[in-house]
Design a protein around this ligand. Structure first.
Ligand SMILES: [Zn+2]
Length: 249
């Protein structure tokens, strides 16, 4: 269903869609599922916008001068590209405003005319995971869960723990024993997450996480949100540098 933002006039619609082309099943955005219930395939969030590129450009440029907290985020500033209502309870740590560097030496090494790098290590918890996590934890609040969980060996754990702390949600992280970065483990513990070690590998940890996420009060971060945020990142880069390629991930 198409919705209209009363303040900006921007019109968007979003659904969850199975990425398997032979299936393509669609589900309501807030349906609490992690894979396609018809074929078991991964789900993507499909966003359809009736707002023209020029209208978006004007809107986003104006927000650069705004002190509103969601306009200070390098993700939520471009919220017309995200599948959330305008009054969504946004959980943000000011992510996404990372610097962009010209890299002429690397460009020459790669045989390119120019190369531009966006330093995602400058995000709040030190990794690109924050740009997806802000959306994942916002969705967790919308779904009304009390606990968020993930299997991780580092960056995802620290990011989930930080955003869960900001949202006042409980956070549990499952890690394969001895296979997590000590720095990231310390970061997760500092943010108050319960870190549980498991005898096994990452796939074993994921299997347990999938079982946990069957519980109504628990939400697990999933892949679709990350994919969507990569698209946002690409669009931001294109807006700033006007020369980044379109990436399919
Ligand atoms: Zn399917």
């Amino acid at each position: 269903m198409m919705t209209t933002n009363p303040q900006t006039g921007a019109r968007t619609a979003a659904t969850q869609r199975c990425i398997d082309p032979s299936c393509g099943a669609r589900f309501e955005l807030n349906q609490r599922i992690y894979v396609c219930s018809r074929c078991g395939g991964l789900l993507d969030v499909v966003q359809e916008s009736a707002t023209g590129p020029e209208q978006l450009r004007v809107l986003w440029t104006r927000r650069l001068e705004s002190f509103e907290s969601r306009n200070q985020s390098g993700v939520w500033r471009y919220r017309e590209l995200l599948p959330f209502a305008d009054d969504a309870p946004i959980v943000s740590l000011g992510e996404g405003n990372t610097p962009i560097y010209d890299a002429p030496v690397s460009a020459a090494y790669c045989g390119l005319h120019a190369l531009t790098l966006k330093h995602q290590g400058c995000n709040p918890t030190g990794s690109f995971k924050d740009t997806g996590m802000t959306a994942a934890i916002t969705q967790a609040l919308i779904l009304g869960v009390q606990t968020v969980v993930c299997a991780s060996t580092g960056n995802t754990a620290a990011s989930l723990a930080a955003y869960a702390a900001r949202a006042k949600l409980q956070c549990a992280i499952l890690v394969p024993r001895g296979q997590i970065s000590h720095a990231k483990l310390a970061q997760s513990l500092d943010y108050g997450a319960a870190v549980l070690e498991l005898d096994g590998n990452f796939d074993d940890a994921m299997r347990v996480i999938r079982e946990l996420a069957e519980e109504e009060s628990i939400y697990r971060r999933r892949r679709g949100a990350f994919r969507k945020l990569i698209q946002v990142f690409c669009r931001e880069l294109r807006r700033l540098a006007c020369r980044a390629p379109t990436l399919n991930v």
